[in-house]
Structures are given as structure tokens and as C-alpha cells.
Design a binder for this molecule. Structure first.
Ligand code: NAI
Ligand code: NA
Length: 396
């Protein structure tokens, strides 16, 4: 099969296995080029197949030889469908981890379900005894409550009033007017149900009850705060309300873990980057493209792997944590630079289709989007006939 990108509504419905391999390989090479560090032995990652979860897995596997268990929701290739990028990322994480002599395990299915939790716990008990770290890096638009069977859908909306802005039309490299509607109270509650801390806490409670947490156990969940330039669409929007719930959940769990394990429950705020989840947020991509330009110019731009390597090496397992007034870890510190944010605000107010390429890094932004789907790597031959069946082998 010869695979070319097909993009619909900013979702890449075809992905390239060999480009996904390159994406995983480059992240591993980055970590291997940095200092190794002393970190956790056994790690469970919820959502470790792409974006920040995958970068966390690579940072720990290749930065400190952690054993990693990943739970992700991905689709395997079938007939003329290429599967999801996360499927291939799992395949190639395994490929390189095996070569490096690391221990790894993948579960593919619904992390929100009790069945999945049971399977993972059985595995932990048998293979590891206990875990030292749980990373919560899920991004999902729906969740079925395992106790009631009810399914909740999350929305990406504002809270008080409609917000107008632009989205990036990836196919045409253009801005397109976009509205973010105001959410109903029910939509806010549903988004909290999906993207808040409820499922995170169920995982921790179940692992605790089964006696699968080690002395010094830590858990971290990822949040985004952003700046006033994005508050209306994110921090003060439905997703921001869910992230507040994540903060509250950490505050509930932290003293319990402290007392019982001398452990901790952490929240880490990350920088805005291109992921499957983030390009889907209305108006967010324009901010991202402007941010990329300014941070690249300032020499402070980071991708997911630089962010997560720094988070684990310097902060969670290091001596240089950047902590805010409510105890969140802040590797997003460089995005928060005040002068930078002033410039972002100014550009956002003036950007249009005539000056888009001059005022934003739309090319870099779109290139990152292509890369997370396995395209746009200069060293991958996109005319190669790819044997999907041969490549898609994975140990489950
Ligand atoms: P992503 O789309 O790359 O990764 C989402 C992960 O969740 C994938 O591994 C996917 O398989 C998994 N997943 C989704 N539904 C699942 C289910 N039902 N069961 C098991 N696994 C499931 O997204 P990204 O951006 O890496 O997001 C991860 C976290 O990082 C989120 O909490 C997000 O809010 C946060 N974050 C992202 C930022 C960004 O700019 N991308 C910025 C700051 C925080
Ligand atoms: Na992730």
C-alpha cells in the first residue's frame, strides 16, 4: 500500500507507519543525547501512545530505564485503513524498547472501564508486585461511567458567551472564521465527568486497595493553563472546568498518598503543542502557530519530548522543580513569559489571511501536525509500497 495523507476537518484519517517510526525514533534519540537520571522503576501510563503520554514513556524508558505499562485506545490497521498513529507508536516503542533491553507492556482498550483496570492490576501483581509512578495523560471526548453505564460526551466550549476567532484550515493553509459557542450547565458537567479527575482517582483507589503502590509512590496528571490570550477558550472554558476538577482531585489524593506511602499526587501544566487532541480545540491552533513563531525566534520553543524529559529529570525526580502558588509543576514556564504573551496578544488581534505566514509559524505548526501522523519526514520514502500486515505486529 502506498500511503498519502488524507485530512478531513483537521483530522488525519490516514497515517504512515514508517513516519510514526521516525517520530518515535527521534524522541528516543533526543533522550539518549541527554543525561540519564535516577527515576521510577515501574511506571503505568494512562494514554501513553501519543502526545505527552508517549513523550513521558520515552523520557522514562530511555532516560532512566523504567519499565513501562501503557494503556491506550487505538485502532489497528485493517484492509485499506491505516489504523491510528498511536497504534504505530506503540508498535515502534516496543521495537526500540526491546532492542534496548527495556521491559514494556501495552494494553489497548478503554482505560475508563473496570475490566481494563482489572486486567492491568492482574498484570502488575504478577509481573511487578508494585508500581512507583502513575501518569495520567488521557485526552478523550467521551467516557462511560463504569458504575452507572451512562456515557458522557465532553464539549470544547466557552462558559459565559460565544467567542469568535479563527481556526487553521490545515488542507489549505488558511485561517477560517470559527465560533466557540457558550456551553449549557449540563455540557460543563459532562466535560468535567470526562476530562476531570474522577477516573484518575478510581485508578489510584483501586491500585491502593489492591496493595499495588510502592513506598514513595507518585502520580501526575497533565493540565493546560495557558495565558489570558487563551483563557476564554480554554482555562475559563468547559475544558478548563474539567482541569480545575483535576486540581481538586490531586488536592484530595495528595495527603492520603503522603500519609500512607510518603508519596504525592501532582499536577503538571504543559506547554501548548500540536497533538491529535489539541488541534481539535476551536481557535487554539491559531494561538499555537503564533506561539511557535515567537518561541522559535526566542530560542525557547520545545516539543513534547523536551517538555517531558525536563519535567521528570529536573522536577519530579530532580532538584529543580518550578512550582506555582497552588503547588502545580510548571514546565510551561517559558510559554508564560510576559513579554512573549504581550506579543502573542498583539498578533492575535491583527492576524488575517494576508499576513498569516509572516506573523505565525503556520508552516511549522502544520508540519508538526503532519509528523504526528507520520508524514513530512524528509528521510521517509512516501512512494514506498508498505506491507501493513507485516509491520503492524505488536505484543499484547
Ligand atoms: P493525545 O491525543 O496525543 O493523547 C491522548 C491519549 O489518550 C492517547 O494515548 C489515547 O490513546 C489515549 N486515550 C484516549 N481515550 C482513551 C480511552 N478511553 N482509554 C485509553 N486511552 C485513551 O493528547 P495530548 O495532547 O498528549 O493530551 C494528553 C494530556 O496532556 C491531556 O490531559 C491534555 O489536556 C494535556 N495537555 C496537552 C497539551 C497540548 O498542547 N497538547 C498542553 C497541556 C496539557
Ligand atoms: Na498523551
Amino acid at each position: 500500500m502506498i500511503i498519502k495523507p488524507v485530512i478531513k476537518n483537521n483530522i488525519c484519517i490516514r497515517v504512515h507507519p514508517l513516519g510514526c517510526k521516525e517520530n518515535v525514533k527521534r524522541q528516543i534519540e533526543y533522550v539518549e543525547s541527554q543525561e540519564s537520571f535516577k527515576g521510577p522503576k515501574n511506571v503505568l501510563i494512562i494514554g501513553g501512545s501519543s502526545g505527552y503520554g508517549l513523550a513521558s514513556r520515552i523520557s522514562l524508558g530511555f532516560g532512566c530505564k523504567s519499565n513501562t505499562i501503557n494503556v491506550s485506545f487505538e485502532v489497528e490497521p485493517k484492509k485499506n485503513k491505516t489504523g491510528t498513529a498511536g497504534w504505530w507508536n506503540n508498535v515502534y516503542f516496543q521495537h526500540y524498547a526491546k532492542k534496548a533491553g527495556l521491559k514494556y507492556k501495552d494494553f489497548v482498550g478503554d482505560a475508563f472501564s473496570l475490566e481494563m483496570k482489572d486486567q492491568v492490576m492482574t498484570y502488575i501483581k504478577k509481573e511487578y508486585g508494585k508500581i512507583d509512578l502513575l501518569i495520567y495523560s488521557l485526552a478523550s471526548n467521551r467516557r462511560t461511567d463504569p458504575y452507572t453505564g451512562e456515557t458522557y460526551i465532553s464539549t470544547l466550549k466557552s462558559i459565559n458567551k460565544e467567542v469568535k476567532g479563527y481556526t487553521i484550515d490545515i488542507n489549505n493553509e488558511l485561517l477560517k472564521e470559527e465560533k466557540m459557542e457558550a456551553a449549557t450547565p449540563e455540557e460543563i458537567q459532562n466535560t468535567i465527568k470526562v476530562m476531570g479527575g474522577e477516573d484518575w482517582k478510581i485508578w489510584i483507589d483501586m491500585l491502593d486497595e489492591a496493595d499495588l503502590l510502592n513506598e514513595g509512590f507518585k502520580t501526575v496528571a497533565y493540565t493546560y493553563l495557558g495565558s489570558p490570550a487563551t483563557y476564554e477558550i480554554y482555562h475559563h472554558g468547559t475544558i478548563g472546568m474539567a482541569k480545575n476538577h483535576l486540581d481538586e482531585t490531586a488536592a484530595v489524593m495528595n495527603p492520603i498518598l503522603k500519609k500512607k506511602y510518603n508519596g504525592e499526587a501532582l499536577i503538571s501544566a504543559s506547554k501548548a503543542i500540536v497533538t491529535k487532541a489539541s488541534v481539535y480545540i476551536p481557535i487554539f491552533p491559531v494561538y499555537g502557530a503564533i506561539l511557535y513563531k515567537l518561541m522559535k525566534e526566542a530560542g525557547t520553543h520545545e516539543g513534547e519530548i523536551e517538555q517531558k524529559y525536563r519535567l521528570f529529570k529536573d522536577m519530579i525526580y530532580g532538584e529543580q522543580p518550578i512550582i506555582d502558588e497552588v503547588n502545580r509543576l510548571r514546565p510551561d514556564n517559558l510559554e508564560q513569559d510576559e513579554q512573549l504573551q504581550e506579543k502573542v496578544k498583539e498578533i492575535l488581534a491583527n492576524i488575517n489571511n494576508e499576513n498569516l505566514h509572516e506573523l505565525s509559524d503556520i508552516k511549522g505548526f502544520i508540519s508538526d501536525f503532519m509528523k504526528i501522523n507520520g508524514f513530512d519526514f524528509e528521510n521517509v520514502d512516501y512512494n514506498e509500497d508498505v506491507d501493513m500486515d507485516a509491520l503492524s505486529e505488536i505484543e499484547l
